[in-house]
Design a protein around this ligand. Structure first.
Ligand code: KIV
Ligand code: NA
Length: 263
């Protein structure tokens, strides 16, 4: 399998080939995902919750993401590796550039950051300096204190229009990819149609250009109340490899997410 590249993701969008994405935090799982043909692997700051056991993503550091990026990179052969800029590592373009350089030198091919607004300058700063950027809109978990919890975003018409405007702005600023988290499926479809860059959905319906899940959720290891968009693929896959393959096939055949997983 040829390595997945940034322009390759754009070609997948134009050919309507669904992009299969998952998170990973170590080499062993990274190798399993790569072997199953996963296109994109994210070292997410969900690390803080599923690996470190915190109640939010806020405690995750640049050192943490660097360490896990290096671990995951050693397990991958073809999948594109994306690393999250953790809380406040994108508070200024300069901080974001320093952290992103470490992630790329540890093996990432792209960095992800949450939000638009003042972050647009950072997206521009990074992409002008040859650092591919994935934006992340909708439910942005680093905003949990302001939001007061994790819930669907963009339900009201004004909020939906703002999200569409932000999506256009992150593309304009230079983002190569956009994660949409917990937004109504109809809105995610509108955004996907309006953009040239691919969208990757989580709780954002079937019409995104790709799908992502947190690995632990896919393996039925989620804690507490299970969000609506989560599916335990281990139940039908029977093994870790089977679960990842079942997920990849369901995403490629546009059978996941189903109507029961959307907002
Ligand atoms: O941190 C993470 O795992 C993420 C994905 C859920 C998109 O940002
Ligand atoms: Na994240």
């Amino acid at each position: 399998r040829d390595p997945v590249t940034v322009p390759g993701l754009r070609r997948m969008k134009s050919k309507r080939q669904a992009i299969v994405a998952l998170t990973a935090y170590d080499a062993g799982f990274a190798a399993a995902l790569d072997a199953a043909g996963v296109d994109l692997v994210l070292v997410g700051d969900s690390l803080g919750m599923v690996v470190q056991g915190h109640g939010s993503t806020l405690p995750v550091s640049v050192d943490d993401i660097s360490y896990h990026t290096a671990c995951v990179a050693r397990g991958l052969r073809s999948a594109l590796l994306v690393s999250d800029l953790p809380f406040q590592a994108d508070a200024s373009p300069q901080l974001a550039l320093a952290a992103s350089t470490r992630f790329l030198q540890a093996g990432a091919a792209m960095v992800k950051l949450e939000g638009a607004g003042f972050k647009l300058d950072t997206i521009h700063h990074l992409s002008e300096r040859e650092i591919p950027v994935c934006a992340h809109l909708g439910l942005t978990p680093q905003s949990v204190l302001r939001l007061g919890g994790y819930r669907v975003q963009g339900k009201e018409e004004a909020a939906a229009e703002k999200l569409l405007e932000d999506a256009r702005a992150v593309q304009e600023a230079g983002a190569s990819l956009l994660v949409l988290e917990c937004v109504p499926a109809t809105l995610a479809a509108r955004i996907t149609g309006a953009l040239d860059i691919p969208t990757i959905g989580i709780g954002a319906g079937i019409d995104c250009d790709g799908q992502i899940l947190v690995l632990h959720d896919l393996l039925g290891l989620g804690q507490g109340r299970r969000p609506r968009f989560v599916k335990d693929f281990l139940a039908e896959g029977g093994s870790v490899h089977g679960a990842v393959e079942a997920y990849a096939t369901a995403v490629r055949e546009r059978r996941f997410p189903g109507p029961e997983h959307i907002y």
